[in-house]
Design a protein around this ligand. Structure first.
Ligand code: FAI
Length: 196
């Protein structure tokens, strides 16, 4: 099954995976406190505005560190609102609604998740027909296509490395790269899986 991009999130950690039929020549790199999706050196040029972006950021908020991740440029305003002290629900809802679904051939939804240092985890999506933001207490997945409403999902990873690998290896088609995040006693750790 092809579900496109997806996030998985629970109180202990989560992951974001890029799956792509159209733009497979991409990778995640770590730069300036963010994990960024961008083209590989051999990727054909594109003017598609939706394929390069910060996919994961860990920010300091008034109540401690929080991780924010998702499939596009909305990750930045979510992270910035969290830094300003917005509740995660509001940061997600306002940023998703402001940018709305992508105006591409598929009306691709925006998806996102947050995890607070206290384990509060939220997941959200904005589609052409809905805005959904909810708190989760077990691993939960939302994807751009097919699985486009949050659903409980078996996800075993207990470290950032394991989360990135598990997300990358899931049987959904056209895996490109994945980012993992895990809550530890010393804050959040992150990891990247770019495949071979
Ligand atoms: N975030 C991404 O990495 C991303 N990759 C592709 N898209 C959008 O989704 C469309 C379909 O891409 P694909 O056939 O690879 O699923 C693309 O034309 C592009 O507008 C993306 N936008 C949202 O998921």
């Amino acid at each position: 099954m092809y579900v496109g991009r997806f996030v998985v999130v629970g109180p202990e950690g989560g992951a974001y995976r890029v799956s792509s039929r159209s733009f497979p020549n991409r990778e995640i790199t770590a730069r300036d406190e963010a994990l960024t999706v961008g083209p590989t050196a051999d990727a054909p040029e594109t003017d598609n505005p939706y394929v390069s972006y910060n996919c994961l950021r860990v920010v300091e908020t008034p109540t401690g560190e929080t991780a924010a991740f998702g499939n596009g440029s909305h990750v930045d305003p979510i992270a910035e609102k969290l830094e300003l002290g917005y509740p995660a629900r509001d940061a997600l809802a306002e940023s998703l609604l402001a940018l709305d679904y992508e105006k591409d051939d598929y009306d691709t939804p925006r998806i996102a998740a947050t995890i607070g240092g206290d384990g509060e985890a939220l997941i959200g999506t904005v589609r052409k027909d809905a805005l959904v933001v909810e708190t989760v207490d077990e691993p939960t997945l939302v994807a751009t296509y097919e699985k486009n409403a949050p659903e409980s999902f078996e996800f075993e990873a207990d470290s950032a490395d394991a989360a990135a690998s598990e997300a990358y290896d899931l049987a959904f088609e056209h895996a490109v790269c994945a980012a993992g995040v895990a809550r530890t006693d010393d804050g959040f750790e992150t990891a990247i899986e770019n495949g071979d």
